[in-house]
Design a protein around this ligand. Structure first.
Ligand code: ADP
Ligand code: MG
Length: 663
């Protein structure tokens, strides 16, 4: 492996740009795969029409002339003879090629055919003729002026100097599948010679990635099965009493879940369970029951959530539910004041705090637990496998519980969550009415305001989700402000309007949420910060602007903020686009089905979202398209671990035990 500095011709500016793409070493560069391929086939000029794409080879017929348009832009012209036809070629920003293409040079020109002017407006020029067969061109994501061409020139240099990469696929499996050798496969991926070799190369790379992923999963699973959990002897009678004390009776599925957790906890094996349940199905209370059981056996519990708002909301509910038990409960987030933080650290270390809820702050270096027995992560599709190990704990291996609103269809989930037991909450608490969802155009805003007014008049509350512009928090803010003005104009006289967005301090957010919860604010305008977990049952309507910008699952999650009581709730999706896709939401409220559709439409890449951290970011494999490879990789990795061969393979052992994800 080389550092970028060691690559010839790669200057500091390019280095910075490459680093922004996550490329820090020669290995990163080798694993910086093209995101698609373009197939170049020699065009027949006779058959092309105006503005058709053109790929032809021929000879340079005049000395290229270069014009500098302004400081940054240049334009090059030359005559070009292809198949007995003389044409002009124009290309921008390739003046540096001038000296390489003197008269008579054979080149391939790729661009757009301007029939009227007998010209090709080229976007690329390659030295040399086109092979008679088609040529496959990799296309890379580029950034800050570093384009695919440049990336490939560095790659070309690396390959010509000879690369040295680790092949993670065990020999036996390479033989079994007759995989292409790794170096050759990488070269094919970046410099494909033909379709078949490229296909074989991609197959090998995908298999390697998925094999490693599954190997790690299975290894962790086996490790968990072999590490002893905590010894507990909880009496179910106490648990039952606690459940009876709740403000509602559990649904059957919640009860089944609670019992499964009870058994896990009492078992000497370590618990590693995922509770999947559609949004609003009542997962939170199940986690509280688990914490109560853990408390009965004398251990501390930590509940980790993705947002501050959710942390505070859970904290409030926890203090309500546990009020009769005199349990010390704390909330800890990145924004907790230093003094308070110190007290919480102290309480966790000396064991006086039994339950702590919070964000990532819970696993920061500074936090030490006296006897952490249960870790729950809520509403995170999946925290990274490695994050858990950060919990500093006095030699105890805590039980683990995940709560998820089912982002992945079952077949995929079974494979990918292969390392854990899964419980499902299918039934909604009784009396729930499905949210009525409708699609409206921006021009129909009056109708929307009218329906909002109806709900408000009945004493209910409304969420308004502001347009989302991911790239810029500043613009987000402007959108929220604009919307606030609109809403004030329509409702300001009679109703209170609150605003919630990412730029607010946690105290401000808390204040607004509190006002909304207590119905002092009736209309809450928000960016997607309310997406996860927020629970205000009196809110019966949600209006979502620019709906087309969201994935179906995200919209479903948002919509899950309403319909949380026996009141009929409504969701209005405002959009002038993508009617067909969005209408899926008007037809079903089944989260499983919706995520299935989302999956079909967007593939796994987007499903996990750009901001989703964790282990699901594959470089080259796509768990949907490459599902059959995934299944093979799963079987092979299981067999590999079972055979004990992994103990002899130091590279793979280091990989599964380490924290490094394939670079
Ligand atoms: P989610 O599964 O989306 O996290 P929550 O746990 O927030 O859902 O529950 C949604 C709402 O349903 C909450 O207001 C909660 O108090 C209520 N709830 C949960 N279980 C029941 C039940 N068995 N009967 C009635 N209401 C319930
Ligand atoms: Mg929840």
């Amino acid at each position: 492996m080389k550092q970028l500095e060691e690559i010839k011709g790669l200057g500091p500016k390019t280095r910075v740009a490459l680093e922004k793409l996550g490329i820090k070493t020669s290995d990163d560069l080798l694993y910086y795969y093209p995101f698609r391929y373009e197939i170049l086939k020699k065009s027949n000029l006779e058959k092309l029409k105006q503005d058709d794409k053109v790929v032809v080879d021929g000879n340079v017929e005049s000395i290229p002339s270069v014009f500098h348009i302004n400081g940054r832009l240049d334009k090059m012209n030359f005559r070009f003879m292809s198949g007995g036809k003389l044409l002009q070629v124009v290309i921008f920003n390739r003046a540096f090629l001038k000296s390489k293409i003197p008269i008579g040079t054979t080149i391939t020109v790729i661009g757009k055919y301007d029939y009227k002017h007998n010209m090709i407006v080229a976007n690329d020029i390659h030295l040399g003729a086109l092979p008679n067969t088609e040529k496959i061109e990799p296309v890379y994501h580029s950034y800050g002026g570093v384009g695919g061409k440049q990336i490939r020139s560095y790659l070309f240099q690396l390959f010509s100097e000879g690369i040295d990469v680790v092949d993670y696929i065990p020999e036996g499996l390479s033989l079994k599948y007759q995989f292409m050798d790794k170096t050759r496969s990488l070269k094919q991926i970046h410099f494909p010679t033909n379709k078949n070799s490229l296909k074989a190369a991609l197959l090998r790379a995908k298999y390697e990635e998925l094999f490693l992923f599954m190997l790690k999963m299975n290894y962790l699973k086996r490790e968990k099965q072999h590490t002893n959990g905590l010894k507990r002897d909880i009496s179910f009678a106490f648990v039952e009493k606690f459940i009876k004390s709740l403000p509602f009776s559990l649904t059957d599925d919640q009860m089944i879940c609670a019992k499964a957790i009870y058994q896990d906890l009492n078992d000497s094996k370590r618990m590693n369970r995922l509770v999947q349940g559609d949004v609003g199905s009542g997962k939170t209370i199940v986690s509280f029951i688990a914490m109560y059981m853990n408390y009965l056996s004398g251990y501390q519990s930590a509940l980790m959530v993705p947002t501050e708002i959710l942390a505070h909301q859970h904290y409030k509910k926890l203090t309500e539910i546990f009020e009769p038990y005199y349990i010390r409960i704390a909330v800890l987030t990145g924004k907790t004041k230093i003094r308070e933080k110190r007290e919480i650290y102290e309480g966790l270390k000396n064991g006086t705090i039994s339950i702590v809820v919070g964000t990532h702050a819970l696993i920061s270096e500074a936090v030490e637990y006296q006897n952490l027995g249960l870790v729950i992560t809520d509403e995170q599709h999946r925290f990274g496998v490695n994050q858990r190990s950060n919990l500093r704990n006095k030699g105890i291996t805590p039980d683990i519980l995940y709560m998820s609103a089912t982002p992945i269809p079952r077949t995929y989930a079974l494979t990918i969550y292969g390392d854990m037991d899964v419980s499902n909450i299918h039934t909604m608490p009784s009396g729930r009415l499905p949210v009525i969802t409708s699609l409206k155009k921006n021009s129909e805003i009056r109708d929307v305001l009218e329906s909002m007014y109806q709900e408000l008049k009945n004493g209910h509350q409304v969420y308004v989700i502001a347009p989302l512009i991911e790239e810029s928090e500043k613009i987000d803010l402007e959108n929220v402000t604009l919307l606030e003005e609109k809403m004030k104009k329509a409702f300001g006289k009679f109703y209170q309007i609150g605003v919630l967005h990412g730029k607010m301090s946690s105290k401000e957010k808390e204040e607004v949420m509190k006002n909304f919860e207590q119905n002092e604010v009736q209309i809450l305008i928000s960016t997607t910060v309310v997406e996860v977990g927020v629970d205000v049952p009196n809110a019966t309507m949600m209006v979502i602007f620019d709906s087309e910008r969201f994935g179906l699952s995200a919209l479903h999650q948002l919509r899950g903020r309403v319909g949380r009581s026996n009141l009929q709730s409504y969701c209005v999706l405002i959009s002038d686009f993508e009617k067909e896709r969005l209408s899926i939401l008007t037809e079903t409220t089944d989260g499983f089905k919706i995520s299935e559709e989302d999956f079909k439409l967007r593939g796994s890449g987007d499903l996990f979202g750009v901001r989703q951290s964790g282990d699901m970011q594959f470089q080259i494999a796509d768990i949907k398209k490459d599902f059959s490879i995934l299944v093979k990789a799963k079987e092979d990795s299981e067999a590999y671990i079972l055979s004990g061969k992994i103990e002899e393979n130091s590279i793979l052992r280091a990989y599964v035990q380490g924290t490094k994800v394939l670079s």
